[in-house]
Design a protein around this ligand. Structure first.
Ligand SMILES: [Zn+2]
Length: 99
């Protein structure tokens, strides 16, 4: 399965870039460049949670919610648990749909 290349968040299409190593985290976003960078080779569950985390940052920025890092971390955990325990397939967040 190939790595997902784009995600649409709040109507904006973000390019996903996959790298071998990121200092100090598993992902980082650049709102102005419409780019999100992820570290490859991590367990899928961890990478999916990181996608949710970066998406929450971008939604917070886009809607001017000013959510701090601690709030984003808690929302990431709560949202991941809710969706996965509800049987939602989250793999398409990190893999090309249908690939
Ligand atoms: Zn963060």
């Amino acid at each position: 399965m190939s790595e997902r290349q784009h995600l649409v968040i709040q109507g904006k299409t973000y390019e996903l870039t996959w790298v071998d190593h990121i200092d100090g985290g598993l992902g980082e976003k650049n709102h102005d460049m419409l780019r999100i960078v992820f570290e490859r080779g991590r367990p899928a569950e961890r990478t999916i949670a990181t996608v949710l985390h970066e998406a929450l940052h971008l939604i917070s920025d886009e809607l001017v919610l000013s959510l701090d890092e601690d709030t984003i971390n808690r929302l990431e955990s709560g949202l991941y648990c809710f969706l996965s325990e509800s049987g939602v397939d989250l793999l398409p967040l990190i893999r090309e749909p249908g690939a």
